[in-house]
Structure formats: structure tokens, C-alpha cells
Design a protein around this ligand. Structure first.
Ligand SMILES: [Zn+2]
Ligand SMILES: [Zn+2]
Length: 332
């Protein structure tokens, strides 16, 4: 190495460390409440809406810390969401590399089209990976979509010939599995989505920190089940310990929606009721400031805005409401 370039290297290193000191600044109480430099989870929503807009349907990339090894929770939209995230500078181009290399696995909450369309449509260009879900969901993927009649069978089960690009992994309720090629552990909890139809909540763990993602779900009181209550019982201690970093949960309709037309979905009032059930287990203060990410708003008329207003107006527990946008990174 030439003396001049060595000098430049030393100067550069010094400059970096000096600027790091300058940025860290004095330690004050207000700094202590700032998020840590390395988050427990990075989430990139590829689709956030609960219907109609086929370019923006439920799909969330989740990685440990700042890594680029993503699992994909639901896959209603892939291509349009990756394109948007690239345009926002949140993911590096090209789209094909994100799809093929950065997304390691899929976790599908239930087989409604708005949660799997992106996966099916992009499958010819995708790389080989695992699809994790409860047995009821995998059965529909195999029998109704990757079946040669609807689409080529890219799976390793179902109608022959099987192209075996995707390996189906059946999740058992409550059992934790390690997501292939990531450090993330995932547990599945069955949900009721228009009884008797089943959906899933995924509890994603990175070391001691967790993130809870609900697929579509009705309220326990409406569905006449205790499925959400069982999830709360499992995560209550995590909430009390400050280890649950965020809850992703759906609110599909505004409060005006008649109960008979909920079709296994939540309203702001029903979400509030469910969060109170969690607070009954943890104490109310444990929920104060907890990030609650609102997914799956149905965009008919001005419903998305009405849902937002109703949630903000009725938030007695003081959770931190977050309204995700396609291609905008979230850190927890
Ligand atoms: Zn659904
Ligand atoms: Zn849905």
C-alpha cells in the first residue's frame, strides 16, 4: 500500500470514529427512550390492504435485526410490493433477487386468495423454498391452487407431476419451528375466521424478542370461540416482560358493519374488546405504548379512513397504533 493511501485510510478510520462519537452525543433520559440502533425485527410490508386493490394485499417481510434474510408472512402481493420497496430505497434492486434470494420462506395464515395470490402468480420465477402453514391451509394450497387445473403444481405434494419447487411444512398448533435459512423461530396458533374456517396467528421469535402476527380473525365473542384468548394467554408473560415488540392485527371493517356481515373479521370496537382481554391478563400499564400495527383494512368507499379515526378515538389502553404503508420499513 502506498504511504499516501495508508494515511488516507487512517484518516478515514479516525474520521468515522469521531463522527460516531459526535452522533452518539451525551446520554440523556430522552436518548434512553430512543429505539436501539439494532432493532429486534425489521418489517417491510409488501401489501397492507384487506381487499379490492390486487397490487396491495396482505404480505409482510420480517427479518431478525437488520438482516436481509426474510420470512414472508402471507403473500397476497409480492411483485408490486417489492417494486414499491425498491422505489422507496428500502430494498435493493432487482425485484427478481429479492424474490428469489432474500425471501427465504413463506408462512401462510389461511388460503384466501388475498393472502396467497402473490405467491401463486410469482411462483414460475421463484426459487425453491418452504411453505409453512397449518394442515387445513396446506390442504387448500395443494388441492385448489397448485393442482394443474388452476396452476402448475410447484409443490411437493398433491397432483402429479409435482415440480417440487415448494416444500410444504405442516405446522402443529403451539409447536415452535425454526424458519429455514433464518435465525427466526415461529409458533402457529389457530384462529377462527368465520367459524368453522380456520386462520393462523404466527408468533415470531428472535432470541428473547417476539413479534405477533394475526392472519384474518373474528372476535372470540362473535365466533363463539376462545382462539384469541388462547393466544393472549401464551403471549401475556412476554407483554409483561416487554419482550413482545409488536402486534400485527387486522381491522377489516368500521364499527358500523353489522355483526352478520363481519365474515370473520374485526372492527375497531372488537379489537378494543380483544385488547382489553389481553390487558386483563397483563395489567393495563403493560399495554401502554405497545406497537399495534393495523392490517387488512378494506378500502371500499372511505372505510380505511373511518377505521383509522375510530381506532384513534377509541384507544383507552394507549397502545401505539401504527398504520403500515406498502414498501415503508418498520423497525421494532
Ligand atoms: Zn380471509
Ligand atoms: Zn384476507
Amino acid at each position: 500500500m502506498k504511504p499516501l493511501s495508508r494515511f488516507r485510510l487512517i484518516f478515514f478510520a479516525l474520521g468515522l470514529s469521531l463522527s460516531a462519537v459526535a452522533q452518539s452525543g451525551p446520554s440523556t433520559p430522552s436518548m434512553a427512550s430512543q429505539p436501539a440502533a439494532q432493532p429486534a425485527f425489521t418489517v417491510i410490508p409488501l401489501g397492507v390492504r384487506g381487499g379490492l386493490d390486487e397490487s396491495n394485499l396482505s404480505s409482510y417481510l420480517v427479518a431478525a435485526g437488520n438482516s436481509r434474510d426474510y420470512i414472508c408472512l402471507d403473500a397476497g402481493t409480492l411483485y408490486a410490493g417489492i417494486r414499491k420497496a425498491i422505489a422507496n430505497g428500502v430494498l435493493p434492486p432487482p425485484i427478481a433477487t429479492v424474490l428469489r434470494r432474500d425471501i427465504k420462506d413463506y408462512f401462510i395464515s389461511h388460503p384466501h386468495l388475498d393472502h396467497v395470490a402473490g405467491l401463486i402468480i410469482n411462483s414460475p420465477e421463484d426459487s425453491s423454498k418452504n411453505i409453512y402453514a397449518l394442515a387445513s391451509c396446506l390442504k387448500v394450497l395443494q388441492g385448489s391452487y397448485f393442482s394443474w387445473q388452476s396452476w402448475a403444481n410447484f409443490g411437493d405434494q398433491g397432483e402429479k407431476p409435482q415440480l417440487k419447487k415448494y416444500h410444504y411444512v405442516t405446522m402443529q398448533p403451539g409447536e415452535e419451528i425454526t424458519a429455514d435459512r433464518t435465525p427466526l423461530q415461529v409458533r402457529a396458533f389457530p384462529l377462527s375466521h368465520g367459524n368453522p374456517y380456520e386462520s393462523t396467528a404466527f408468533l415470531v421469535r428472535n432470541g428473547g424478542d417476539c413479534l405477533l402476527y394475526f392472519g384474518d380473525t373474528g372476535a372470540d365473542s362473535v365466533e363463539h370461540t376462545d382462539k384469541i384468548q388462547r393466544v393472549w394467554q401464551s403471549v401475556g408473560p412476554l407483554v409483561q416482560a416487554g419482550r413482545l415488540k409488536a402486534i400485527f392485527i387486522e381491522v377489516s371493517f368500521p364499527n358500523e358493519q353489522p355483526v352478520k356481515s363481519l365474515f370473520g373479521h374485526l372492527t375497531p370496537a372488537l379489537l378494543s374488546q380483544e385488547l382489553k382481554a389481553l390487558a386483563a391478563l397483563t395489567g393495563e400499564t403493560a399495554l401502554h405504548g405497545l406497537p399495534v400495527v393495523i392490517t387488512h383494512r378494506k378500502p371500499s368507499d372511505d372505510q380505511e379512513e373511518r377505521i383509522r379515526r375510530q381506532l384513534v378515538a377509541g384507544n383507552p389502553l394507549g397502545v401505539k397504533l401504527i398504520f403500515p404503508e406498502q414498501g415503508r420499513k418498520l423497525s421494532f
